[in-house]
Design a protein around this ligand. Structure first.
Ligand code: LLP
Length: 385
């Protein structure tokens, strides 16, 4: 079984579990994204929610990316890491006054507004400061992303964005508000999208909507199509970098951008997903009635994706090359859902073996919790270890 390239000797002295980031792969991924977006002049706002590790953020900021934030604290983290406020977009269905005021004080690039009441509140708070807030309307396009239901966002039943039949009202409302300026349209249909052809109906919808808005005399400086490009969880060694070329080409071919109009993206997972692994140690190998459990020292508090979305993460035994056996790989948390994999083929496992849970760079470290009073896992980088 082909395994990732890990400095196992260096790992031996480090307390587990911990996140390990391949700095070189992150660099290569960013280089690929930059190269592919440059071809078409597209702009990138990295979705901070995927991973807000300060070193990762600093690295992405230093490559000239903007940031997509969904809370006041994400905006602060972006600024601290060096993202300029002029490249920050702020989305989220429940922006509070405190968060809106922070964003106004920092003069961020754009609020991605999700409802009429939010539009009115931003206008009111901006007026108090004598400012004009730039806004984009987040529209729920009712396009199916064909991904897990918990990470589908662009269906009419989801809580996100303006529904299509409220757009007329939004235009009327905007005409009355003097402290917001409409500059864009925003969409995001879901995450871990493996079949990129689902973006084609999104493009068709955006084209249709632009025609409709123009018929009402409304034009936009930019279109933002969100993120969502999936990664290969099955084969992180074979596909370390997603097919950005095909993804950006699809939008270039199918979206009818107007003259001078910019296209923005908010990729998260596809940028950081494959560069991270969760390294954990086998605590016990336990014989059950009909199966063998490999009990590790990482749990759902360190990586919640398998428990929350039944997500698959490839697991490698870094300490053993013995013939594979079948195990349930489980964590120590007092929850039956604290399972990383069932009936999983792993090189024969022993107490103290080190395992790598792969493709954990996105929505891994950032979703860690302190349940059971556990420590938040530390992070190490391949160039600093
Ligand atoms: N833009 C917006 C408005 C979003 O809601 C998201 C993700 C993104 C961009 C970035 O999407 P990405 O390129 O990373 O797919 N915790 C879940 C994923 C939640 C995604 C939430 N929104 C998971 O572990 O699969």
């Amino acid at each position: 079984m082909r395994k990732g390239n890990f400095p196992i000797e260096k790992f031996k002295g480090i307390e587990t579990p911990f996140y390990y980031y391949d700095a070189e792969l992150l660099k290569q991924t960013l280089k690929t994204v930059k190269g592919e977006t440059k071809k078409y002049g597209f702009l990138q706002h990295y979705a901070i929610k995927a991973n807000a590790n300060s070193k990762i953020l600093q690295h992405i900021a230093s490559e000239g990316f903007g940031a997509d934030c969904v809370s006041g604290n994400e905006i602060k983290a972006a600024i601290d890491a060096g993202f300029p406020a002029s490249k920050i977009v702020f989305a989220g269905v429940g922006k509070t006054n405190k968060e809106i005021n922070l964003a106004l004080d920092l003069n961020i690039f754009c609020f991605n507004v999700e409802s009429l009441p939010e539009l009115e509140v931003i206008n009111e708070l901006a007026a108090k400061k004598g400012k004009t807030a730039q806004v984009a309307l987040r529209i729920n396009p009712d396009v199916d992303a064909h991904t897990h239901e918990y990470i589908t966002t662009g269906l009419s039943e989801n809580k996100f964005g303006f529904s299509l039949n409220h757009l007329e009202k939004a235009i009327a409302c905007l005409a009355k508000l003097s402290n917001v300026k409409l500059i864009g349209l925003h969409f995001h249909i879901g995450s871990q999208i493996e079949d990129i052809s689902v973006y084609k109906p999104l493009c068709d919808k955006v084209n249709e909507l632009q025609d409709w808005f123009e018929s009402k005399g409304v034009t936009f400086e930019h279109i933002n199509v969100g993120g969502g490009l999936g990664i290969d969880y099955e084969d992180p060694n074979g596909s370390p970098i997603p097919d950005f070329a095909a993804y950006f080409a699809l939008f270039h071919t199918n979206l009818k951008l107007r003259a001078g109009q910019q296209l923005h993206f908010e990729l998260g997972r596809s940028i950081v997903g494959q560069c991270g692994s969760l390294i954990t140690r086998v605590v016990y190998v336990k014989e059950g009635e009909s199966k063998t459990f490999v009990i590790v020292d990482a749990g759902m508090t360190d990586l919640i994706r398998p428990a929350l979305y039944q997500a698959y993460h490839k697991i490698e035994n870094l300490s053993s090359d013995e013939p594979v056996e079948r195990y349930d790989v489980v964590g120590p948390i007092c929850e039956s859902s604290d399972v990383f994999a069932k009936d999983y083929e792993l090189n024969k496992a022993h107490r103290e073996d080190l395992l790598a849970l792969r493709s954990a760079g996105a929505y891994g470290e950032i979703m860690a919790s302190r349940y059971n009073c556990r420590e938040i896992p530390k992070a190490y980088f391949s160039d600093k270890i």
